[in-house]
Ligand binder design. Structure first.
Ligand code: SAM
Length: 607
């Protein structure tokens, strides 16, 4: 029986696998022959020492950090969750670097859209410091104390920020679907650095746009140089050729620009220019207006339509010469025929998507007029990014989720367009200041605020829209060290712990903790339906309608094994997992494996 290993996806191994598949000739005795690889790539390799690159102190180390598998786990917390049994949304409390590593197997290539709003490195916000040696221990220490801020005086101001962002973005890219996109909010402090690392990680050719958001509406008259009223939203695709951007629905204001001065039975219309700025001799000809005047295209231009086509359009009353019948001709564009929607512009104004103050006000309203969280993003701002990049059933990830605006925007959009998008929020349980209003009201970490925001926002949306079939729940998981002693780096190689390994599960950890650790590490999404089957007081977990059958009980006998076999679906293979020490005795264990194999269950493993 094969033993499961406790690591999250080993990215170096995955990279080597890809290389081997592409260029089998560069593999010698299982290793990559670099010299051969160079030959395969021919002229396309950079050999000069003076190549164009962006680097900083610690870059190589932070790349290594991204590639070191996590030894942690995510423990379910049903009590903090909402609608545990039915929801497909997730809220994960933890440092996002470890969490992104843990999500690699189960969510590789599955996320359609990532929105993040990382610390901007203003000198007042908190920039998380990773620890290469033991990041889970580091995480526990950091979340147990007050957050440290990254001030310009520590001399490593940009470096610290880049070292924090680089490995996270690397891991995030792996999670995107081929047609997926990432949107990143940023201001001037790190905009240029962010752009450079994104060019490297996502590829310059996958840069989509920098959107300018008008975050403030009134000018700040005491500003030294300029009143800064905007910030940016950078957008990169995983692969630009696969990504297709949705159009925006027309607003009432846009619709109101359509009029019907000639009572056209096809309804309201606007008019468009029919000249184009190029010279095509056959399309330069006079058009006769109803008043009898002949009009040519302006100099350097041609008509958009051929002579024949223009006659057709005139006959169909689609060319407008103004009320007087003497104006330059224009083409009528009917509202009833405009079902394409609108192409988004790169400027997002506050009157459409909100500004920092309106976002803060809206969040306050949800919490009985109390300001628990500084600088949330407006719901409509994130909703707009969602409209442009996602469709029903897509998974959305925000791994700097703060007050969970992205979850709110996802539920709101689902309510508006009948979608079934699912969200994954990741947030560090950053301790709240004891003097803060939120702390006084019983909240202890930013996660407490984020979770409560989703609860309240979901209820409010259902109340306002009357849509009771919306998924407004979420499953809470918390980052922790592994449940399995042998998977824990602190104990893995210590002889004195070998006795403990007889019972390989850490004290205080539940069967469900173990269940979800196993699911994560074999690559099953955390919201896959789990049915508990009770046989004589023992539990079998039936995951994904028989895809995985787990029994984490002690004293397993052949009767129970036969019950497991009954759960195997006819049309696909099951994987069966037991606890290594769970069998009644060794002969039951051997018989169990044989019986399972005889019944077509070949994949049997232990933890
Ligand atoms: C600017 S806020 C995001 C605000 C959010 N967009 C909203 O609308 O509420 C950034 C958040 O990232 C969190 N954060 C910082 N480092 C983190 C890390 N390593 N893992 C997870 N969250 C982190 C901070 O606690 C903070 O709440």
């Amino acid at each position: 029986m094969e033993k499961l290993d406790g690591k999250s996806l080993d990215l170096t191994k995955e990279n080597i696998k890809v290389l081997k598949k592409l260029f089998p000739e560069v593999v010698t005795e299982g290793k990559i022959d670099f010299e051969k690889l160079k030959l395969v790539l021919g002229e396309e390799i950079e050999t000069s020492n003076e190549k164009y690159e962006f680097t900083w102190h610690g870059k190589a180390q932070s790349l290594k950090l991204a590639q070191t598998p996590s030894t942690g786990t995510l423990r379910p917390d049903k009590e903090s969750s909402k609608n545990w049994d039915t929801t497909e949304n997730l809220y994960i409390e933890g440092d996002n670097l470890e969490v992104l590593k843990l999500l690699q197997k189960a969510y590789f290539g599955k996320i359609k859209m990532i929105y993040i709003d990382p610390p901007y490195n203003t000198g007042k916000d908190f920039v998380y410091k990773d620890n290469f040696r033991d990041n889970i221990q580091n995480y526990k220490e950091i979340t147990g104390q007050m957050a440290k801020i990254n001030t310009e005086t520590n001399g490593r101001y940009h470096t610290d920020w880049l070292n924090m962002m680089y490995p996270r973005l690397k891991l995030a890219r792996n999670l995107l679907t081929d047609d997926g996109v990432i949107f990143i909010s940023i201001d001037n402090n790190e905009n240029s650095n962010l752009r450079k690392i994104c060019d490297e990680i996502f590829g310059e050719m996958n840069y989509i746009e920098e959107i300018i958001w008008q975050k403030k509406f009134s000018p700040q008259n005491d500003a030294k140089y300029f009143s800064l009223n905007h910030e940016s939203l950078l957008c990169y695709a995983k692969s630009k050729s696969s990504f297709s951007r949705n159009l925006l629905p027309m607003t009432e204001e846009q619709k109101s620009r359509y009029k019907n001065p000639d009572n056209d039975p096809r309804g309201p219309w606007t008019s468009g220019d029919i000249s184009v700025g190029r010279i095509t001799p056959k399309d330069i000809y006079p058009i006769k207006t109803p008043s009898g005047r002949e009009v040519f295209p302006p100099s350097g231009n041609s008509w958009r339509y051929s002579k024949e086509k223009i006659q057709e359009l005139i006959a169909d009353n689609r060319i407008w010469f103004g009320e007087s019948g003497d104006n330059v001709p224009r083409v009528k564009r009917f509202l009833s025929e405009t079902n394409r929607g609108m192409v988004p512009i790169s400027l997002w104004f506050h009157d459409e998507v909100g500004h920092t103050q309106s976002a803060a006000q809206d969040l306050k309203k949800l919490f009985n007029d109390k300001a628990y969280f500084n600088y949330p993003k407006p719901v409509n701002y994130i909703k707009k990014a969602l409209i442009l990049s996602t469709n029903s059933n897509d998974i959305i990830l925000d791994f700097f989720s703060g007050s969970a605006t992205t979850a709110h925007a996802t539920m709101q959009l689902n309510a508006e367009d009948g979608g079934n998008r699912k969200f994954i929020m990741v947030q560090l349980p950053e301790p709240l200041d004891e003097k803060s209003e939120a702390y006084k009201d019983g909240y202890r970490t930013i996660c407490d605020i984020g979770e409560e925001r989703i609860r309240r926002a979901g209820d409010k949306i259902v109340e306002e829209t009357g849509k009771t079939d919306l998924d407004i729940g979420f499953k809470v998981f918390k980052l922790d060290s592994s449940n399995i002693k042998a998977w824990d780096p602190e104990t893995a190689n210590l002889e004195q712990n070998l006795f403990d390994l007889k019972d390989n599960i850490k004290e205080g950890r539940t069967k469900e903790d173990l269940l979800y650790e196993i699911l994560l590490k074999i690559g099953i999404p955390l919201t896959t339906p789990v049915e508990e089957v009770n046989i004589g007081g023992k539990t079998i977990y039936n995951v994904g309608s028989g895809a995985v059958l787990l029994c984490l009980e002690d004293k397993i006998d052949l009767n129970l094994v036969n019950e497991i076999i009954k759960l195997k679906p006819k049309d696909f293979d099951s994987r069966v997992i037991f606890k290594e020490t769970g069998f009644l005795n060794d002969s039951v264990k051997t018989n169990a494996i044989q019986t399972l194999k005889k019944n077509g269950i070949m994949d049997v493993r232990s933890v």
